[in-house]
Every structure is written in structure tokens, then in C-alpha cells.
Write a protein that binds this ligand. Structure first.
Ligand code: ZN
Length: 119
């Protein structure tokens, strides 16, 4: 948390020169309008920086479970499992998620584990 807080304070300092440059550039404009425009430009840039700073990563696998589904690997029908998110592995927005049965999910988990250790 302290690291994230320090990073956030650095991000605030980075916004200062950008806002100053924009305000100097718009110095002939009405002060209130120039400030609104400067903050709009800052918001366009720092929304993405803040999103990066405050992203969270699941340390344990986040499972999605679905009943009455077909296992992607063996074709068995029943309760299916898939890892939606695990550290840098993120399949939460997967348009065609692959579910696996109880027996096959562990093999997939090992595969994902080997991928995220490389990240
Ligand atoms: Zn299976």
C-alpha cells in the first residue's frame, strides 16, 4: 500500500508540469475556461495512469463455475470450471470461455501457473 501511495504522489507531481504548460499555452483565454481545459487534458492522460496504479491482481486463482456445461478437453458434461483471473492472467472478458471438468481443470491450472511464473 505504501508503494502504491508513493507512486500516486509521484503521479500528482507529474501532472503539475503538464497543467502548467497547458495554462501557459492558454494564458490569453479566460482563466476559468483555461483551467477547465487544462483539467480535461490532465484527466484524459491521468485516467490511464491512475487505472494502472490502482489495478488489482488476484494472487489466488479467481474461478468461474458453470453448471451443465461441456468440458473443453474431454467433452464430459457437468459442472465446469475456468480460471477467470490469476495475477497477470486475465480472461474475465473472454467472449468464448472454456470450461473444464473437475478432472481436467487441474491440468489447465498447471498450464496457467507455468505461464504466470514467466511474467
Ligand atoms: Zn474434462
Amino acid at each position: 500500500m505504501v508503494k502504491k501511495y508513493a507512486l500516486y504522489l509521484v503521479r500528482w507531481q507529474l501532472s503539475t508540469p503538464i497543467l502548467a504548460i497547458v495554462l501557459i499555452w492558454l494564458s490569453n483565454m479566460d482563466t476559468l475556461l483555461a483551467t477547465v481545459i487544462a483539467n480535461l487534458i490532465g484527466g484524459l492522460i491521468f485516467f490511464w495512469v491512475d487505472k494502472f496504479i490502482f489495478r488489482t491482481l488476484s494472487r489466488a486463482p479467481l474461478w468461474e463455475i458453470k453448471d451443465d456445461t461441456v468440458c473443453h478437453d474431454c467433452g464430459a458434461t457437468g459442472r465446469g470450471y475456468r480460471i477467470a483471473e490469476w495475477l497477470g492472467y486475465n480472461r474475465k472478458q473472454d467472449k468464448s470461455p472454456q470450461f473444464r471438468c473437475e478432472a481436467c481443470k487441474d491440468a489447465k491450472m498447471s498450464e496457467v501457473r507455468s505461464k504466470i511464473k514467466k511474467v
